[in-house]
Design a protein around this ligand. Structure first.
Ligand code: RET
Length: 249
C-alpha cells in the first residue's frame, strides 16, 4: 500500500520538480558534449560534473513522481489557525540524501583536484561530508527532538568541510597560481556560499516543519540548480585553459 503524508507536494510542486529534473538532464547532455570536444585524457572534470547532474536528474524524476519519500510524524500548524496539531505527517524525501551522498563528494572532488590537494586531505574532507549527509538523513527520519542532535553533528562536520575548502584548499590553490588558483577561489566561494543555505532549508523543512513541501521543493530546487549545473558550468568554464596534467592528474 502507498501511504500518503498529510502534508505533501501538490501538482505545482510536482511540475516544478520535473522542471528541475529536465534542467539536470539537459546539463548532463551539455557537459558530456563539452567532454567529447576534449581529448580523452582531458575529460576528468567533465565526467565528474556530468555524473553529478545525471544523479540529480534521476533523483528529481523520483521526487516529481512523489516517490523516494516517506511520511514522518510531524507537528504542524494548519492554515488560519494558531493551533498546533501533533497528529500530522509530512512527506520526507529521503531520496535527496541518496543523491547527496553520491554528488556532494563529487562536487568536493571537482574543487579539491583543481587545487592539487593531497589524497589524505581529500579523503578526510569526503568523510566529513558523508557524516554531514548521513546525520542529516537520520535526523530527517527521526520523529523526536533528537533530530536536532543529528543536525548538530551534521553542522559540525560541515564546518570541517568549510575549513578545508576556504582555508586549507585556498593555500594549495594559491601555491599553484594562475588558472587553477582563479578556478579554485571562484568555485570555492560559489560552493560554500550555496552550501550554507542547506542546513537552513533543512531546519525549515525536515527539521522544524515550518514551510510547506511545495515551498521546500522550490527552496531546495533553486539551491540544487545553483549547486550542480550552476557550479558545473562555472567550474568547466574556468577549466578551459587548465591542462589536467599540470594538476598531477
Ligand atoms: C544537512 C543537515 C545536517 C547539517 C547540514 C546539512 C547540509 C547539507 C548540504 C547539502 C548540500 C547539497 C548539495 C546538493 C547538490 O545539489 C544534511 C542538510 C550542514 C551542505 C550541494
Amino acid at each position: 500500500v502507498f501511504r500518503h503524508a498529510d502534508l505533501e507536494i501538490t501538482d505545482h510542486g510536482s511540475d516544478w520538480l520535473f522542471t528541475v529534473c529536465a534542467i539536470m538532464g539537459a546539463s548532463t547532455v551539455a557537459f558530456m558534449g563539452m567532454a567529447f570536444s576534449k581529448r580523452q585524457t582531458d575529460r576528468l572534470f567533465h565526467y565528474i560534473t556530468a555524473a553529478i547532474t545525471c544523479t540529480a536528474c534521476i533523483a528529481y524524476f523520483a521526487m516529481g513522481s512523489n516517490l523516494g519519500q516517506v511520511p514522518i510524524q510531524a507537528e504542524f500548524v494548519r492554515p488560519n489557525s494558531s493551533q498546533v496539531f501533533a497528529a500530522g505527517t509530512r512527506e520526507i524525501f529521503y531520496v535527496r540524501y541518496i543523491d547527496w551522498v553520491v554528488t556532494t563528494p563529487l562536487l568536493l572532488l571537482d574543487l579539491m583536484l583543481t587545487a592539487g590537494m593531497p589524497t589524505s586531505t581529500i579523503l578526510a574532507t569526503i568523510f566529513a561530508d558523508e557524516v554531514m549527509v548521513v546525520t542529516g538523513l537520520v535526523g530527517a527520519l527521526t520523529q523526536t527532538t533528537y533530530k536536532w542532535g543529528f543536525w548538530t553533528f551534521g553542522v559540525a562536520a560541515f564546518f570541517f568541510v568549510v575549513y578545508e575548502i576556504l582555508i586549507d584548499g585556498r593555500r594549495h590553490a594559491n601555491a599553484l597560481g594562475g588558472a587553477p588558483k582563479k578556478a579554485y577561489n571562484l568555485g570555492g566561494v560559489w560552493l560554500i556560499g550555496i552550501w550554507f543555505l542547506y542546513p537552513i532549508a533543512w531546519g525549515l523543512c525536515e527539521g522544524g516543519n515550518v514551510i510547506h513541501p511545495d515551498s521546500e521543493a522550490i527552496f531546495y530546487g533553486i539551491l540544487d540548480v545553483l549547486a550542480k549545473p550552476g557550479f558545473g558550468f562555472l567550474l568547466l568554464f574556468l577549466h578551459r585553459n587548465i591542462d589536467v596534467a599540470d594538476l598531477g592528474l
